[in-house]
Design a protein around this ligand. Structure first.
Ligand code: FES
Length: 145
């Protein structure tokens, strides 16, 4: 981690307002901003640890723990609800209770007429998702990993 941080510090340290670009780069490289990085960032920018910590916690964008490997967004907006997204969300929550796949609600994925809709990892959209189709998609995700 220290080599990565030093590279990032060297890239931005000389700039005014370097903290945010440094935090963005750390999250991009490591997937999150580890607590152990806070004192190193503070020293590099001549800030207090509280100042660095305050910025990290102020912006919800910054993660303080490693991300889940996969995120499944289940649409919970009105049109998908009319097509059974609530039951699908309950099924998904039970199915994903363990493991490293997170489920997050989302409010419209643009597939309103062919819901319920889900999106896997910000990239792949799926329509008319039944619990059985959901299980098959999650199983395929596990095989890819
Ligand atoms: S309401 Fe679910 S995709 Fe639009």
């Amino acid at each position: 981690m220290n080599t990565t941080l030093n590279t990032i510090f060297a890239r931005h340290q000389h700039r005014d307002g370097a903290l945010l670009p440094i935090l963005h780069d750390i999250q991009h490289e490591l997937g999150y901003v580890p607590d152990e990085a806070v004192p190193l960032i503070a020293r590099a920018l001549n800030l207090s640890r509280a100042e660095v910590h305050g910025v990290i916690t102020y912006y919800h964008h910054f993660r303080r723990t490693p991300p889940d490997r996969h995120v499944v967004h289940v649409c919970c907006a009105e049109a998908c609800q009319a097509n059974g997204s609530e039951a699908l969300a309950n099924h998904a929550a039970a199915r994903l209770q363990q493991g490293d796949i997170a489920m997050e609600p989302v409010y419209c994925l643009g597939l309103c007429s062919i819901g319920p809709a889900i999106q896997i990892d910000e990239t792949t959209l799926h329509a008319r998702v039944t619990p059985e189709k959901f299980d098959a998609l999650i199983a395929a995700l596990g095989e890819q990993s």
